[in-house]
Design a protein around this ligand. Structure first.
Ligand code: PLP
Length: 451
């Protein structure tokens, strides 16, 4: 139950000038109370937080999962080749996605690395990738000794702007790697069309997009290969872990070989000996933990969607807050819930201070990704002996200079605010608390900006 001060704060906001910003979200069950300016004071200025009691913990563990896991440990059959759990996981995960096949891997990063190799990305090649992503998307390409060439980010969607791909294609480009960031599907029809026109592979980084859908298809099954992560923070976690989904036996068999020390597998008989490969295998215990969470994933995905839809329908009513635009006929997984913040509509309150103020309201949030291409990782790569051997000095200079062209990405990095998926597992009151916290900050933004 909420205490009376919470109701009072909500009622106060409803009646203030700033309250006109957005109070459509206050549900019918919200009783009006006495209006007290005190109650609407932002938490950062000494008021009571909009949300109290915290949020769902993540990751979650159920005792009911323990017997199956113990059986694995007690069996002593832990490695991929010793038992059937991983193969069963692969069958069932493929089925959930509507993919023909799936291969379990040690992580999302290794899933990307394997996919790049199998799609014939080699040393000296170029891959067009979204810059607005976790650094593993860059690194999987760099460790393949290929160059991550950045498409721009569409500020409205936070994903790869398909219109920015073609101008970045060179004779070295082999693949496009769209990233369904925060579980929001990229505009895959447009991306696939450019790829087909230029005969490029499409490797989806779906590491944050379990069960996300685009035009009725699951993310990770729309390009040539799709990669998933099951790291601890993810919606389907097993500490570490990953998977590659695909529609082609041939491609997944090649992935299988490469991730299993190059062993010949299925259609990939090779020369009967080992091909090039590495050890990127999952363990049996990971597969068992993952399968136990399948039903939970499906149920929680729906809860996140309901809550995210509610937020998106109401956040746009607050001046200076813009919910993300989604592709038509798409259903995100909402690994993070992000929106764009316009400080000029908040009396100049900086984005960082806004995030601090909202966190003080009991809604932990932050700015997430920055312009990581300025951090030195790429400078280090292009200054390396190997990269200097593989590209001309002119190409590497032009590559370095091209970061300045990423105007959409800069805007996204400078203005996005997001919070993590566990907040979306709350009930409607939790979502109202988030909306209220933002509305309070909006109402007191001038004061907060000066504080
Ligand atoms: C977009 C994206 N790509 C790749 C990865 C790498 O996955 P992993 O941490 O399982 O290696 C992650 C993980 O956070 C991610 O968010």
């Amino acid at each position: 139950m909420k205490d009376q001060s919470t109701l009072t704060r909500r009622s106060f906001i409803r009646t203030t000038a700033a309250g006109s910003v957005a109070l459509g979200w206050l549900g019918a069950g919200r009783a009006p109370g006495a209006y007290a300016a005190e109650a609407a004071k932002p938490a950062l200025l000494g008021g009571a937080p909009a949300h109290q009691g915290g949020w769902a913990r993540w990751p979650q563990w159920l005792e009911a999962w323990e017997p199956e896991l113990l059986k694995v440990w007690r069996s002593g059959k832990w490695f991929r080749g010793s038992a059937e759990h991983i193969a069963e996981f692969e069958r069932r995960y493929a089925q959930m996605l509507g993919a023909k096949r799936c291969l379990a891997t040690a992580s999302g990063t290794t899933a990307l690395t394997v996919s790049l190799h199998v799609m014939d990305v080699d040393a000296g090649d170029e891959v067009i990738v979204s810059p607005y992503t976790f650094i593993a998307s860059y690194n999987a390409i760099l460790t393949t000794k290929a160059l991550p060439v950045f498409a721009d980010t569409d500020p409205a969607t936070l994903t790869m702007d398909p219109a920015s791909i073609e101008s970045r294609i060179t004779e070295r480009t082999r693949a496009i790697m769209p990233v369904h960031i925060f579980g929001m599907p990229c505009e895959m029809d447009a991306i696939n069309a450019v790829a087909r026109k230029h005969k490029l592979a499409v490797i989806e980084d779906a590491c944050q997009a379990w069960l996300a859908e685009y035009q009725g298809r699951k993310c990770g099954t729309i390009g040539d290969l799709g990669c998933f992560s099951f790291q601890e923070s993810k919606h389907l976690p097993s500490g570490e872990g990953g998977a590659i989904a695909g529609m082609s036996d041939e491609l997944i068999d090649k992935c299988d070989s490469f991730h299993n020390c190059g062993r010949a597998t299925g259609t990939n008989k090779g020369n009967g000996y080992f091909t090039r490969g590495n050890n990127y295998r999952m363990t049996q215990a990971q597969a068992v933990i993952l399968m136990q969470q399948f039903d939970k994933l499906v149920k929680e995905t729906e809860i996140r969607r309901t809550n995210a839809d509610y937020l998106s329908a109401n956040l746009g009513k607050i001046p200076g807050i813009t919910p993300v635009r989604l592709p038509a006929n798409s259903r995100p997984a909402w690994h993070l819930y992000a929106f764009r913040y316009d400080a000029s509509r908040f009396n100049g309150l900086s984005r960082d201070k806004f995030a601090r103020a909202l966190s003080a309201e009991g809604v932990p949030c932050g700015s997430i990704y920055h312009e990581q291409y300025h951090d030195g990782l790429l400078d280090e790569a292009i200054a390396s002996r190997g990269f200097k051997r593989l590209w001309s000095a002119d190409r590497l200079k032009a590559y370095r200079d091209s970061f300045q062209e990423l105007k959409g990405n800069k805007q996204v990095c400078d203005t996005t605010v997001a919070f993590t998926q566990n907040l979306l597992l709350s009930d409607r009151r939790g979502m109202d608390d988030i909306l209220e916290g933002i509305a309070k900050i909006q109402a007191s933004s001038a004061e907060l900006a000066k504080a």
